[in-house]
Design a protein around this ligand. Structure first.
Ligand SMILES: *Cc1c(COP(=O)(O)O)cnc(C)c1O
Length: 383
């Protein structure tokens, strides 16, 4: 930690916050700069950039972090989901049950695999797949469920796994926002048949470019993903299947290895900020995020619900507070998804959320003053 004296000299963080970015990736880089540059230099001196030693080491380290046997590094979170689905044997004619309250990548992966997305509603407290809709969504063609661990909290995996077992379905977790989150003592990515993680720059564990990983306890899924990510190749210029070019980049693996060592500490900071937000906002008419009993939240996003959301958002932005809406248009209403998939029920919760949710600034390097400024500004705007 820098002393207050030095902080004043370099004037990086005014004591009274008057502006708060939505995320600040520079603040993190400043702390890690030496380690990252040294590790990148090592990797470039070694010049083994094709599925090199850092990719393999990161795969082992990330598998251990999640508590799974295998992790296979790929080019993005969307590709991770697509490749996991394909490796699990999901393809044309199959239906995959998922949610419409998520990032577009979830449904792109399902459709790219040739399958049909079937949208069900989310739980109004945790914003993750509501298992009570699954029975109504199952058809003769259903092959898999893709629960999304949204905002940093895992979906309700126990009933989901039970339903999957009863109907003979696979479960592929979209864990792109939930690195390190736990459900009854098990980490995201370790409960379903396979899981997809994204290391997009602003995720809780972010590379400096595109990157993702598939985790699984299934040796065959891991082997098929490893083959598909590299043009379906089994050995040089021998191709068992048509795959894709989606390997994890060696330099991104270098960055991810350095950052993974800090992930738990960053998550702890996010939790502190979440607690402070919650205590400052307890008597303010906003609905705070809720953590399911037996789960932990890693607060990729800190999402509240407010009345008159667009006015509140504009008010925060006028006070130089960055915020976001994740996500303003449910997938079944996106132009890109027109005529794609099937909707089960009326998605009442999904549609109501789209007009009420607001993501407040959340990143490990936030200061207490910044959280206080955001909370005070929000209080003024909603009262
Ligand atoms: C980020 C994200 C993805 C896609 O990851 P990319 O690495 O950007 O391809 C998929 N699903 C969810 C829920 C995400 O947040």
């Amino acid at each position: 930690m820098q002393s207050v004296f030095r902080r004043k000299l370099v004037a990086q963080k005014p004591i009274i916050a008057t502006q708060v970015p939505f995320v600040d990736l520079r603040a993190q880089y400043r702390r890690l700069r030496r380690q990252i540059l040294a590790a990148i230099d090592d990797a470039l001196q070694g010049m083994q950039l094709f599925l090199g030693p850092n990719v393999r080491a990161f795969e082992d380290e990330f598998a251990a972090y999640c508590g799974v046997r295998y992790a296979v590094g790929v080019g993005s979170g969307t590709d991770a989901l697509y490749l996991a689905l394909r490796a699990a044997g999901i393809g044309p004619g199959d239906e995959v049950i998922t949610v419409a309250h998520t990032f577009i990548g979830t449904v792109e992966a399902i459709v790219q695999a040739g399958a049909v997305p079937v949208f069900v509603d989310v739980d109004p407290e945790t914003y993750t797949l509501d298992p009570s809709w699954v029975e109504a969504a199952v058809s003769a063609r259903t092959r898999a469920i893709v629960p999304v661990h949204l905002y940093g909290q895992m979906a309700d995996m126990e009933p989901i796994m039970q339903l999957a077992q009863r109907h003979g379905l696979l479960v592929i977790e979209d864990a792109c926002q939930a690195h390190g989150a736990e459900y009854r003592g098990r980490r995201a990515g370790s409960i379903g048949d396979a899981a997809a993680f994204s290391f997009y720059m602003s995720k809780n564990l972010g590379a400096y470019g595109e990157a993702g990983v598939v985790t699984t306890n299934s040796r065959s899924i891991a082997e098929v993903v490893a083959m598909l990510r590299n043009h379906g190749s089994t050995s040089k210029y021998e191709h068992a299947e048509l795959g894709v070019n989606s390997r994890l980049d060696e330099l991104q693996a270098v960055v991810l290895r350095v950052k993974l060592r800090h992930l738990d500490e960053w998550v702890a900071r996010r939790r502190q900020h979440a607690e402070l937000y919650a205590s400052l906002l307890q008597d303010v008419p906003v609905k705070l995020p809720k953590t399911r009993l037996g789960s932990t939240h890693v607060y990729h996003l800190f999402v509240v619900q407010v009345d008159d959301r667009d006015r509140v958002r504009q008010g925060l932005e006028a006070r130089s507070i960055g915020c976001g809406v994740h996500y303003p248009i449910p997938l079944h209403k996106q132009a890109a998804c027109h005529g794609i998939g099937r909707v089960v029920g009326d998605l009442k919760v999904t549609e109501a959320l789209a007009g009420r949710i607001l993501s407040l600034p959340m990143f490990p390097e936030l200061t207490k003053q910044q959280v206080q400024y955001v909370a005070a500004s929000l209080q003024e705007l909603v009262n």
